[in-house]
Ligand binder design. Sequence first.
Ligand code: FES
Length: 113
Amino acid sequence: MCGACTVVVDGEPTSGCHTVAALADGAEVATVEGLSTDPRLRALQEAFIDEGAFQCGFCTSGQLMAAAALVLSGRLATATDEELRTHMLGNLCRCGAYHGIARALHRAREACR
Ligand code: FES
């Protein structure tokens, strides 16, 4: 329900805890551990750091992966502010760091354009 376990399966953010692993057989699965090796996601990670888009870090991996789905699918550069908010609805932040997360997405979007 919180989105903290979000991974990207075939380009779509997916709750890991609601996904039977066998059903992902043959799919392209990206996890937060894989972010460090994909140069397309560097701007996103830097934006999260620069905007302080986390406090406790409980939700950060899920927030990053939901945002990464936008980058990997090529949708981030053209997403409107409303589309960004709607896309991130499945990820809850208990600390209320949403403003920083939104600023990070806007910064990453500008870097993609
Ligand atoms: S930064 Fe604390 S739950 Fe998101």
